[in-house]
Design a protein around this ligand. Structure first.
Ligand code: B12
Ligand code: SF4
Length: 570
């Protein structure tokens, strides 16, 4: 759904006009000059109560950067620090918080509402934003017959509305709905040309230090093997917004719109350079996740950005989401590798062309999956391939047929999910119209990997079993051993990262948040772990021949410090 098309009676309640310097609100001039009263604002992102994200959410850092002075903003991410409703309330009381902003994906909505209820009961106002409440704004406002959870909702992209919300909260005059609409009720989208500078060096990133999550024993071993990092952070950066493809199950085209917008190359490069400096200062490593929906949606622009990254020596290891069809371009793939790209996330979804057509993703061509994955592999790039089961064309055995293909591809990280009807997507509307939703408000009773509708060729239980089989088979200790064996000729740092990623990715399906889960996992995978440690020791004491360290596509040699150690030093 586009915010400008909200079928709600209150669309015209709010007209928000913002035209580069011409800032009016409902006709009245806006005043964003620093207010008298400094407020402490908490931005909170809930966990989904089952698994944890490995990366902080960009929206919190972005809104913090857009908050006008003199207000102070503190951030809490339930994924890094899981807290009960009462614990969040204690935090709010203890830190004298005057306004709480909560953002949530659909699967975190139930927890978000419970936390919001507890905070409001303690007398502190709550504003909710993000994709879920944008799709179903009546729900948090209690206009659908259910209880009310939020004082206000911010619909759509909140870059422009957030300063207004803060100003209204300071005066105690929060409105119910904030939508970035012009005087004609049309949505105004940020161009991203004046993207704010996110001061990562001033953010409290300690809660997101991934080294903290390594099992105790792993740290000294990795240090002994040459890993000098004291911190490791995966930082979200956006270089653009929007994707016009409109896949049936996806909220992105509706939410961000099919108008694609980009930051300037300069501003992205500056952010990367700042992060590089920060990593050095903290004696750590920073990798970047470009959270763009489709990082190469405009290949010419992406290539120009990657060339700028290379020219300014702004390379950091990075991950991005790129649709398969755009990776046919050899020059693009080569630039990705040379600019620091390591992992590419691809929504392959299915190996069945009919299935793909049925969800409007016919631009994915299963016949070329292998060739494209081989191309990435030749450039030392690894793929995170995402598949969905429970589509209408799936029949029993869908997982095994998919696994057979995956096994023939270069080793990567496959992930599997169920077709999930997110509210306001074309898929949701289609299933609702045909009476096929079995749990129309599945998010209020979130259960991971449980169907919310009946597919045509499988039962819900069969679909769930296909997903289970896919995870079990792909992340068994035999599968990990075989993947590591096939990566034998690759740089040792790549192999260690692959091994650690495999052990961590398994946790998306098999909860492994307790120490004893990790101990069992390490024991089960002792074979590949031992083999990798031995290879790392060999690499440390007998430096690899130059060819192993040479980038396959360039003559650039890795720096001397990298040559000496199994892991790049900060
Ligand atoms: C990065 C990302 C992830 C990361 C994790 C999230 C993270 N740490 O950033 C990873 C890769 C782990 C991930 C996983 C998943 N993701 Co994801 N992800 C994204 C992605 C690509 C970018 C998010 C982002 O940072 N966007 C840029 C920021 C600036 O936009 P934003 O978050 O929307 O914030 C803006 C507004 O929404 C608003 N806002 C947001 N919050 C708040 C709060 C307040 C108070 C206010 C005022 C405003 C506000 O202001 C911001 C500025 O305008 C989005 C797609 C997208 N482009 O957003 C999907 C997306 C959020 N993911 C989605 C999904 C479905 C998933 C998975 C369920 C996929 C799966 N099947 O496993 C998992 C769930 C993970 C979990 N823990 O449960 C859906 C969510 C749909 C929905 N209705 O909930 C999205 C929208 C993509 C899609 N295909 O539709 N994801
Ligand atoms: S290509 Fe990706 S981001 Fe774009 S609509 Fe399809 S699933 Fe969504």
């Amino acid at each position: 759904m586009r915010t400008g098309e909200l079928g709600l009676g209150f669309v015209n309640e709010l007209m928000f006009q913002w035209h580069h310097g011409d800032t009016t609100f409902g006709g009245a001039p806006l005043d964003f000059s620093p207010g008298q009263n400094s407020m402490k604002i908490l931005l909170y992102n809930p966990d989904n109560e089952v698994t944890n994200n490995f990366m902080p959410h960009l929206w919190m850092f972005l809104l913090k950067s857009l908050t006008p002075p003199p207000h102070e903003v503190v951030l809490l991410d339930g994924n890094a620090r899981r807290m009960s409703e009462q614990e969040v309330v204690e935090y709010v009381r203890g830190h004298h918080i005057g306004l709480v902003g909560i953002g949530a994906m659909t699967r975190m909505a139930a927890k978000a509402y419970r936390v919001a209820d507890a905070i409001r009961a303690a007398g502190v106002p709550v504003v909710m934003g993000g994709p879920h409440v944008t799709e179903v704004p009546d729900e948090p406002l209690g206009r659908d017959g259910g209880p009310r959870h939020a004082d206000s909702v911010a619909l759509g992209e909140a870059d422009f509305t957030w300063p207004r919300i803060v100003a209204d909260a300071e005066r105690g005059e929060l409105r119910e709905v904030y939508a970035p609409l012009d005087t004609e009720g049309k949505e105004v989208k940020p161009s991203l040309q004046d993207y704010p500078q996110i001061s990562w060096s001033r953010m409290d990133l300690e809660q997101f230090n991934l080294i903290k999550h390594l099992p105790g024993l792993a740290r000294p071993i990795l240090r002994h093997l040459g890993m000098r990092w004291q911190t490791f952070h995966l930082i979200p950066i956006e270089s653009g917004r929007g994707c016009p493809y409109g896949c049936e199950f996806c909220t992105v085209t509706g939410f961000f719109g099919d108008s694609i917008r980009f930051r300037s190359n300069e501003s992205v490069v500056d952010e990367l350079l700042a992060l590089k400096t920060l990593a050095k200062q903290r004696k750590g490593e920073i990798a970047v996740f470009f959270v763009d929906d489709n990082f190469a949606i405009n290949p010419r622009r992406t290539k120009a950005l990657l060339r700028e990254i290379i020219a300014h020596n702004a390379q950091v290891p990075w991950v991005a989401q790129i649709s398969m069809n755009l990776l046919r371009d050899e020059e693009l793939v080569s630039l990705i590798a040379r600019s620091g790209g390591k992992w590419i996330f691809m929504g392959l979804e299915s190996i069945d062309p009919e299935n793909l057509k049925s969800v409007s993703k016919g631009f994915n061509k299963p016949a070329e999956y292998n060739a494209i994955l081989e191309r990435l592999s030749r450039h030392n790039l690894y793929a995170i391939t995402s598949f969905i089961f429970g589509m209408d064309g799936d029949r029993p055995g869908a997982a095994e047929r998919t696994l057979e293909q995956i096994r023939s591809w270069p080793p990567g990280l496959p992930v599997f999910g169920l077709l999930t009807p997110y509210p306001a997507t074309p898929l949701y509307n289609k299933l609702a119209a045909t009476g096929r939703l079995t749990r129309p408000k599945h998010w209020l009773d979130f259960k991971p990997f449980i169907m919310a509708h009946s597919p045509l060729g499988l039962s819900a239980e069969q679909s769930e079993a296909e997903v289970r089989q896919a995870w079990e088979s792909s992340y068994s200790s035999q599968a990990t051993a075989s993947a590591l064996k096939r990566l034998k000729g690759r740089p040792i740092a790549d192999r260690i990262i692959h091994l650690c990623s495999r052990l961590a990715f398994r946790g998306i399906y098999f909860p492994q948040l307790r120490r004893r889960d990790w101990a069992r996992l390490v024991f089960e995978n002792r074979g590949p772990i031992f083999a990798t440690v031995i290879s790392a020791l060999v690499a440390k004491f007998k430096p690899h021949p130059a060819a192993d360290l040479r980038h396959p596509e360039s003559d650039e040699m890795l720096t001397a410090s990298r040559r000496e150690t199994a892991f790049p030093e900060a």
